[in-house]
Ligand binder design. Structure first.
Ligand SMILES: *[C@@H]1O[C@H](CO)[C@@H](O)[C@H](O)[C@H]1NC(C)=O
Ligand SMILES: *[C@@H]1O[C@H](CO)[C@@H](O)[C@H](O)[C@H]1NC(C)=O
Length: 368
């Protein structure tokens, strides 16, 4: 009975019968409320149907012999590019010399603006090239001022001056690019190692001549404790990004305020395959990380650095985008719309009775 009344109330052309007209106002109100609820629920169901969901599957990683791309974008606000070097070593102990690397070093001034670029085509040989270059240039500039016959001695001095100047100016350095490494465990680190090599070379040469300044390196920084390896990791990832990926190191800021030290990030890479709903497959990697900071002690013979030690998980994760079934959507829609309809009908009936009871107070009609 209630259903019929409700349907009658939805009638856009009501018959002009007196007792029906009286009820139309409450009925219309209930109908409108019902329609709003229906529209809301319909919208919700539609949105639910249209969004995809992901299914995770795990299996043993069977890929072999591919390279692992490491995307880095790290800023060192207190280390000039001249002293900074990037090295990658894999488990075989091999320095990555012959793999493709695309790493840039951007010179930053104290405000963080880019003032120069240096391209590192090769992570080990570049040390020598860069320094030779510096040496030649500086030698010309200073040739009149300095009468020393030993180029290395000169180079050392100018190098130290240059770096000291850069440090005084508060220069920083941003390292970014892609490192393609073998798919085996390894590490890459960013350190002041470059200067070390240079100084070592210099000392070797100088040993035969008068040692003017055997502790240049110490002079630059006034000891290892003052090498400020504070850094900001803008981006560190091992492959392209897929929707919903979370790279735990992005946006990490590590600031040193007292003693310097070595940062170590232990990274577990999880090979991941993302399958889009369009059947496109995106091979990439996720990772988890733990970190460790060891402060310098007076007895340390190493220099502060930032290490990223990575290892590969033998388990690969497949993430599949899937769409919900259309029939299921229709079923849910029917249930929701039908249910709302029935409920508003009931509500309408009760309201009618309530109004009836209020306008014509008679206990019989309420209890009917
Ligand atoms: C590196 O990160 C900085 C800071 O977020 C950003 O401005 C810059 O575009 C990034 N560089 C690259 C190559 O993504
Ligand atoms: C190291 O550099 C950071 C970033 O520029 C700075 O905030 C911090 O004070 C420096 N630490 C020391 C000990 O100079």
């Amino acid at each position: 009975m209630g259903m019929k009344q409700a349907i009658k109330k939805l009638d856009a052309f009501p018959r002009a019968e007196e007792h029906l007209l009286q009820k139309t106002q409450s009925g219309a109100l209930v109908s409108i409320i019902g329609l709003v609820i229906m529209a809301t629920l319909f919208y919700h169901e539609l949105a639910y149907y249209l969004t995809t969901y992901t299914v995770h599957q795990m299996s043993v990683d069977l890929t072999r012999g591919e390279t692992l791309p490491i995307h880095i974008n790290i800023t060192f606000p207190s280390l000039p590019c001249d002293v900074l070097s990037v090295d990658a070593i894999d488990m075989s102990g091999k320095h990555e010399v012959d793999l493709d690397t695309n790493i840039w070093k951007l010179r930053l001034n104290s405000y963080g603006h880019i003032t120069g670029t240096e391209y590192l085509s090769d992570l080990v040989e570049k040390e020598h090239e860069a320094h030779n270059h510096d040496h030649n240039k500086d030698h010309h500039e200073d040739s009149q001022a300095k009468q020393h016959t030993q180029g290395f001695d000169d180079a050392a001095e100018t190098m130290v001056k240059k770096v000291k100047q850069a440090l005084a100016n508060g220069e920083g350095c941003r390292v970014y690019g892609v490192l393609d490494v073998q798919r085996v465990a390894g590490n890459f680190h960013i350190s002041v190692h470059g200067l070390n090599i240079f100084v070592a070379q210099m000392l070797l040469c100088i040993r035969s001549i008068s040692i003017r300044n055997p502790t240049v390196f110490f002079q630059i920084f006034d000891g290892a404790k003052h090498v400020n390896v504070s850094h900001i990791i803008h981006d560190l990832s091992f492959g392209p990004k897929y929707p919903g990926i979370h790279n735990p190191l992005d946006g990490t800021t590590r600031s040193l305020h007292e003693t310097s030290g070595t940062f170590k990030y232990y990274i577990k890479i999880v090979p991941t395959e993302y399958r889009y709903i369009s059947k496109e497959v995106l091979p990439t990697n996720q990772f988890s990380v733990t970190e460790y900071f060891s402060p310098m002690t007076d007895f340390d013979r190493t220099w502060p650095a930032v290490y990223f030690l990575y290892d590969l998980s033998p388990i690969t994760v497949t993430i599949k985008e899937e769409r919900r079934s259309f029939l299921h959507f229709i079923t849910r829609l029917c249930a929701v719309l039908g249910g709302t309809f029935a409920l508003t009908g009931m509500l309408d009936r009760w309201m009618c009775r309530l109004l009836e009871a209020l306008t014509k107070p008679s206990p019989r009609s309420v209890l009917r």
